[in-house]
Design a protein around this ligand. Sequence first.
Ligand code: OGA
Ligand code: MN
Length: 290
Amino acid sequence: MGLEIVPTGATLGAVVTGVDLAALDAAALGEIERAWDEHAVLAFPDQHLTEAEQAAFSRRLGPLERSLTQNNVGADPEIIVLSNMRDDGTLWAAESAHGLFLEGNNYWHTDSSYKRIPSKGSALAARVVPETGGETAFADMRAAWDALDPEMQAYLEDKSAVHSYAYSQGRVGGTEALSEAEWEALPPVEHPILRRHPATGRPALYIGRHASHIAGEDKRESRALLERLCANACRPPRVFVHRWRVGDLVLWDNRCVLHRGLGHPPDQPRHMTRTTLAGDGASNEWSLTA
Ligand code: OGA
Ligand code: MN
């Protein structure tokens, strides 16, 4: 059976079957890249990739990015472990620093927007899934930009937001999950709020939980505006929720998609591995050169 791409019905997202990501030929890779540009989120059910296969597939889409913190890196630096399970199988408490670090993912964000060069995309694979909850939601920031009225688009089009992990994670807690040296490598950075996709040219709203306020504007007022924009953006028909099964891999475009975890009962294990595609740009200090 050939590769099949079925759109989700939301403005973003498609489910891709009839393909083995561990054994992709160049033609199938090309089809996947085209579908990714169009749908921005691709769910690949039933892949059951090893960590090495996940990293190898991801590298075919571009160089990978180093994790924010050493705490969630496995034996392979390309693999970021998002898990509430300790090595001995016991679970981290939700209110532990590690639990709060994970909890941060449950607010709308785009990966690494607090880095000087943010990530291009992420691939997340499900290895242990909870019985209830634990879904991941994705929101289409291209459609969100298109839905803004022309006055708001004109206001935002030359503005930048200040993105800060100290701001976003400070609201949740668990900041001690990072070392002092790790915090020092994360000064606030600015990114344009209007972001054009390099492949499609489509404009997208580039905001999310790491965006603290608008550069050069009143902090309180512009923060409230960013929160309103985010709340309005992340609504149907622009949202697609993926309910995980073990073996699934979902690939999303961080340049035009926000995502968040929906949370799950803290007494249930959930173990996911992520590979992160480094953003384009010369001398990206977060890029892993294998
Ligand atoms: C991520 C993330 C949310 C989730 O992997 O970057 O935010 O549902 N995950 O685990
Ligand atoms: Mn994330």
